[in-house]
Ligand binder design. Sequence first.
Ligand code: TYM
Length: 382
Amino acid sequence: MTDKEFDVTPWDVEGNVDYKKLIEKFGTERLTEDLKKRIYRNADERNLYIDRDFVFSHRDMDKILEDYEDGDDFFLYTGVGPSGPMHIGHIISFKMTKWFQENFDVNVYIQFPDDEKFWTRDRSYDEVEKYAKDNLKDVAAVGFDPDKTFVFKNTEYIGNMYKAATKLAKKVNNSVVSAVFGFDSSTNIGLNFYPALQMLPTFFEDKRCLIPAGIDQDPYWRIQRDIAPKLNRKKAAQIHNKLVPALTGPEGKMSSSKPKDAIMLSDSPDEVREKVMQRAYSGGQVTKEEHREKGADLSVDVAYQWLKNLFLEDKSRVEKIAKEYSSGEMLTGEVKQILVDELNRFLKEHQKRKEERGGELVEQMMYEGSLAQEMWNNKVEL
Ligand code: TYM
């Protein structure tokens, strides 16, 4: 496979991503078994995504742990662009961030770049605001510690960030952003400046920053790591998750712009059933007879991959499905049914938390909690 067969940028993913090659291309490091053990030793808890290599790559995760083992903590940073309703892929980096907060007891910063989505998409601020309002509740439903989490929209918090952002912006020139992001003469000048704002939160505290995010966001951190020493500050560490593909197959990524091929966090049980049953790409054979004889190709089967990577904690259950499905004993419909049940169980809980406490938690994390108040009372320093 040549590089041309897949492409990963912060705005788009094309083709069937070869994650081993992506690690080489982006210059990140694989999360080794040793490093996984070291994370678990410090966290005192295992993690499904790390266990199944869905969280698979990092930069300086070893340094984060080294500091932590020496008694120095770190802080977490992640974000989401409010350009549509959130889907099941978006929630992964937030669940990872929550896992780190819970097990390491550290501060979390969550950016809502409403400006970026205004600049990159053909959307009005009214639309962006509408999505931000809804996305904020989804993020709140993940269950962050409201006194140790600060969630902010760029257009609102900009007054506290602007001076620091100008200092950062002065260190990045156009040849860098055009090489890294492909910006050209048709890119609007807002977007040209935006990377300064996505990088700035990595300097919100003078500690090491750990960013749990999809690997598509990595280009920002490459620039951050280049300029941090010039600003006399620390390079940010990352822990990357893979990108959940669309229901229809391994190419590209799940995206809010194609809701029929995505499982949205707001989907009803019936919508989930219909989407999975009708649209999830199957590695099974076309006829029942052929399937019984040849079995399923697990590597391309969406229902199996999602169960293994994202839902089934019980490893023996995954192994049983793998054995029975690949031998043809189990049929696609049965595996899909298990996925439907798991998805609906997860979504039911998520929607309940969002409905019951979302609004109140958003207020706390944005304005009222201890960390939020501290952030509003101080300007970001760089
Ligand atoms: P956005 O809104 O495209 O995505 C938000 C987060 O979700 C991840 N993601 C996915 N993960 C798994 N499967 C998918 N199909 C999938 N699609 C998206 C992204 O990698 C990201 O972690 N510019 C950013 C917002 C942002 C941000 C940040 C993200 C601002 N600051 C700091 C991460 C860290 C954006 O538009 O993300």
